[in-house]
Ligand binder design. Sequence first.
Ligand SMILES: Cc1ncc(COP(=O)(O)O)c(C=O)c1O
Length: 417
Amino acid sequence: MALGKIPRFSPSFSSAELLTVMASLTRRGDERAVISQFEHEFACYIGTRHATMVPSARYGFHLILRGLGLKPGDEVIVPALTYWAIPAMAVAAGLKVVPVDIGPHTHVMDPAAFQAAITKDTRAVVPTHLFGTPCDMPRIMEIAQQKGIHVIEDTAQATGARVRGRRAGSFGHASYFTFGLTKNMTTLSGAMVTTDDDSLGEFLHAEMASASPAPVLRALKETMVGSAMMMATHPLIYPFTVHPMVVLGNRLGKDPIHERFGEEERRYDTIPTHYQRSRPRAVQAAVGLKQLTRIEKLNGARIANGRFLDEHLANVPGLGVPTYPPGTEPIYMSFVVHHQRRDALATALRTRGVDTTIGYMSNCAQHPLFPELRRDCPNTAMAMRELLHIPVHPNLTRKDLTHMVEAVRAACLEVRE
Ligand SMILES: Cc1ncc(COP(=O)(O)O)c(C=O)c1O
């Protein structure tokens, strides 16, 4: 922290990854060998037999649905609080998407709501380990196995999290992860699918082998964006550049960071063909291999920060703090609090130098793009009205955390009704 200003996030892309990109781009050799090594090491890290690099988590999800042989009309259960692209991919495949509610403050699928939504047509469930918090996987697996339902874990926000000592992404039939620049682990862009199912693993490898590689220029552009993020969130640069922009944007009712990095939400009639031209490159795998050597340290810092916030924000009047399903070890991709006057709280925090965001999740049970999915999911509706992400990234110092806790307490006092 410098001058009391704390950015909402800080990328895990660092000078170590920048050097890796440079070294990878100057090295000639077999692209496939580096990709296979990353896939192998990632599978070992998660604890599965197979891992396949894919261009994005949503495309990985699409491939899993195809590989598992889901047919139009089959039902797939998802948490109502999720990223819009996941229901969009399932709808594009002709599936009937059934959203179910989350726990009141866990932000992840309520196993009882999953159980209650099962019908004779349910073929798959997508437990989503949102904000770095794993779902209650033993319970979800038990229910799914009794009914013969495929479990597809959404681990896009929880690489490295555990449930009873076992990594999220190793419980279900398959799991997808994503490694964009804002995630706890990055490969610039790109994603991964893991599975223990040999024939699904072979299908995924064959699909990716027949796709054409993404242009190398794209990796270079992403490296520039990653380096710019690294600089912009540096404690000596952030207070004079991004912070004033965010404060000004807030006065104008805008969020400049969200506008720069957010993605337009849409329905897919068919699966966009550009995914077939975006096979990940060796440079991304090389960055991934570097990140695997640092992930435990990066996650460890998040976990320490998250636990500090859990402890010090537990009894602030008017503030709801996150809770975690039994036996889970979250990696605190985000630290999400609730407040009935969320927007006022965000403004009061920003004037105290703490940037926050409402994030980019949707209530897919009330989404205008998916009117056919409409259902009542009260905990999700409450989360959409009240949730606010406060910084928890690995670059926070103890001084930052103490400042944040004081700022949250003061801001809650200021905005109380
Ligand atoms: C929970 C969740 N699921 C899925 C995705 C989709 O990932 P991708 O953009 O790689 O398709 C995201 C994106 O951040 C996400 O947060």
